[in-house]
Design a protein around this ligand. Structure first.
Ligand code: PSV
Ligand code: MN
Ligand code: MN
Length: 431
């Protein structure tokens, strides 16, 4: 079983071959940073403490509405998804929790799922509900919406599903429900925009009332798709108003792919921090829309600028900044395990670079309105090669110096192909 597939010894052996070079590179970078007044180990420790949740749906090959090209050895059940997640965690040390999605991860054996996760040393992050698809046997259809549907029977069904997700999550140790709905309209006039939002607030309040006291509701907005004219929770304004209306346990979740092209996401992050309502992220990257590409693969500077806001908020000692970091990606042309490992590392990279920003100097340049030098101060941190910090953080946690290389030489994928015959109907990853 996967629990013993990638042995600590295999990681140690792979690391042994790379360790001497890493120590040298780390020392050299340490000297460079010391000259700038930064103690390298403090950055490495912060990076080592960084965690991002793996989406259960991310370990299957994604697809588009045109086609899906499954790869060998895909997981066929939530249990097998956990196996893949544990491999990602063993090799990166950055992904100790899994974010489930129901009904994609439906199982009659929640206790068994918890035991499996315990054995694999994994925990559970936010639970994601799904009222954007109909499932076989359900009485009401979500074709014209779920929590905002005109028919109260549909709304009740969608509310009940979310409450069911909370119950399952509570058994598994989750502490948050992520609420994303596709509700909206394709035609002007199709939906009363004001009433639809009111119905959302009414339905969401019933879900909110079912949250255990130590849970959060993470409201995820998205500009469009599947609704192409108007989406009920289309932007951070709608999300923030909903969170403020619902109560102190409601927060806004920012999925990087859910905005208009060229929108300044780091500014949205800053505003939500100000409102004390930033709850977490779905990290990914995009070029045109909700592309769900690997984090940092298209615009790493934007990812850095988002982390820069988070580090700045820490630096300003913003209270109660507890964020649920998750990846939300669809892997169409890569091995999902490799993409997820590399994405988790890209987040750590952006975080490490942000920690290198000389904030006192930046503040002075901002006070003096020295635009050029302020921008150079950010760029200087962004262009520092922090690779040795990331690798050292992994090594010190018992993870792999080179996760992808170690994964490839382990033969894990080929072994999965042998024991997991193809499942062409894999659910998840195409939304
Ligand atoms: C919607 O596009 C979304 O980002 C939500 O988080 C869904 O739950 C997820 O994708 C499913 O892939
Ligand atoms: Mn998302
Ligand atoms: Mn999305």
């Amino acid at each position: 079983p996967a629990a013993t597939f990638i042995q600590a010894r295999a990681i140690e052996q792979a690391n042994a071959r790379l360790q001497a070079d890493l120590e040298q590179d780390y020392q050299r970078l340490g000297e460079l940073l010391t000259r700038n007044g930064i103690e390298i180990d403090s950055v490495t420790n912060a990076v080592a403490a960084f965690e991002v949740a793996i989406p259960s749906w991310g370990v299957g090959t994604g697809g588009t509405r045109f086609a899906r090209f499954p790869q060998p050895g895909e997981p066929r059940s939530v249990f097998e998804k956990l196996e893949d997640c544990s491999v990602i965690q063993r090799l990166t040390g950055a992904t100790p929790r899994v974010s489930l999605h129901f009904p994609w991860d439906q199982t009659g054996d929640i206790a068994g799922l918890k035991a499996c996760a315990d054995e694999l040393k994994l925990g559970f992050d936010a639970v994601n509900s799904n009222t954007f698809q109909d499932r076989p046997g359900q009485t009401q259809s979500y074709k014209f919406g779920s929590l905002t549907h005109t028919d109260p029977a549909v709304r009740e069904q969608a509310i009940a599903h979310n409450i069911e997700c909370i119950k399952i999550g509570a058994q598994l140790g989750s502490k948050a429900l992520t609420l994303w709905i596709g509700d909206g309209a394709n035609f002007p006039g199709q939906q009363n925009l004001a009433r639809a939002y009111e119905r959302y607030l009414e339905s969401a309040a019933k879900i909110y009332a079912a949250l255990p006291s130590d849970w959060r509701l993470l409201i995820e907005h998205k500009m469009y798709e599947p609704a192409f004219y108007a989406t009920v929770i289309q932007d951070w304004g709608s999300s923030l108003m909903a969170a403020q209306t619902l109560g102190p346990k409601a927060f806004c979740l920012v999925d990087l792919g859910h905005h208009a092209p060229n929108v300044n996401i780091e500014m949205i992050v800053s505003r939500l921090v100000h409102a004390r309502r930033l709850g977490g992220f779905h990290f990914n990257d995009s070029k045109y829309g909700d592309d769900d590409l690997d984090a940092g693969s298209i615009d790493p500077y934007r990812l850095f600028l988002i982390f820069n806001e988070l580090v700045d908020a820490q630096w300003r000692k913003t209270p109660d900044l507890a964020l649920a970091h998750m990846l939300d990606q669809s892997h169409n042309v890569t091995d999902p395990v490799e993409s997820l490992m590399s994405s988790a590392i890209e987040l750590q990279r952006a975080y490490a670079q942000s920690l290198l920003v000389d904030r006192r100097t930046l503040d002075e340049y901002q006070q003096d309105n020295d635009a050029l030098m302020a921008s150079h101060t950010l760029k200087r941190a962004f262009t520092t090669d922090v690779q040795p910090i990331l690798a050292m953080a992994r090594m010190r946690r018992g993870a792999a110096i080179d996760p992808i290389g170690t994964y490839r030489s382990s033969g894990y994928r080929a072994a999965c192909a042998a024991r997991r015959p193809a499942n062409l109907s894999f659910g998840g990853g195409i939304v």
